[in-house]
Design a protein around this ligand. Structure first.
Ligand code: ZN
Length: 231
């Protein structure tokens, strides 16, 4: 079972206090997709590992709401100019008025997209931003929104590519698995030639054949006879 708990957070942009839900415990009994999307039995934890302020739209992990976080004036301006209006539109769309902000639950993908934007404005590492976009895509699978899923998969792939091309953007021992993941993201977007190109790069990124051969095997499998799930 996935267990959630109510937490109170304070927004570092607008100081609003609001209640969110976080994950106390979860499981991986639902298996793992070949893009590393781990599934829980019961409630999926992903939408509750990211939080959004219901006044200005600032978003991030629980840590991004801790006291020591002080967004710069530029970040705050971006939040007010882009996230706040988008949030207001979403609230009116889902409840018909602006009176019930506390009641509106934003989708996981919307929260992760906002968190990715905040991370970009804060000039975080591409690797860190890519992870938010990847999670947004995973949430879209559960939300049944294939168009948005492809959009976020592309964003994630580009951001992981940027991470790989920057000096020290990805730890040496992690390059192999990220290269595979980029291939798998393009495959799931439907771009077979980009996917094949990235899968072909996987062997040259291997550092330790003893522990990383499975990644080479996975790349070969996904290139030639793709599977939806690992195991
Ligand atoms: Zn706020």
């Amino acid at each position: 079972m996935t267990t959630l708990q109510r937490i109170e957070l304070q927004c570092p942009v607008c100081d609003t206090r609001f209640v969110s839900q976080s994950v106390v415990a979860t499981n991986a009994f639902g298996g793992k997709r070949t893009d590393f999307h781990e599934r829980a039995a019961g409630t999926q934890p992903l939408p509750y590992l990211v939080h959004m302020c219901n006044r200005c739209g600032y978003s991030g992990s629980e840590r991004d709401f801790s006291e020591e976080v002080e967004p710069s004036a530029v970040v705050k301006e971006h939040v007010w100019n882009e996230l706040a209006p988008a949030l207001a539109r979403a609230i009116v769309q889902s409840s018909g008025s602006d009176d019930h902000r506390d009641m509106v639950q934003m989708t996981g993908s919307a929260k992760y997209e906002a968190a990715a934007k905040v991370a970009e404005w804060q000039s975080m590492d591409p690797r860190y931003i890519a992870d938010f976009y990847l999670r947004a895509a995973w949430c879209c699978v559960d939300e049944g929104d294939t168009e948005a899923e492809r959009f976020f998969r592309r964003k994630a792939a580009w951001m992981f590519e940027r991470a790989l091309s920057s000096f020290d953007g990805v730890a040496r021992e992690e390059r192999c698995v990220i290269t595979y993941l980029i291939g798998e993201l393009w495959r799931r977007v439907g771009d077979a030639s980009q996917a094949a190109r990235w899968f072909a790069h996987v062997p040259e990124e291997v550092m330790d054949p003893g522990t990383q051969q499975w990644i080479v095997d996975a790349a070969l499998q996904q290139d030639q006879c793709p599977r939806e799930w690992f195991g």
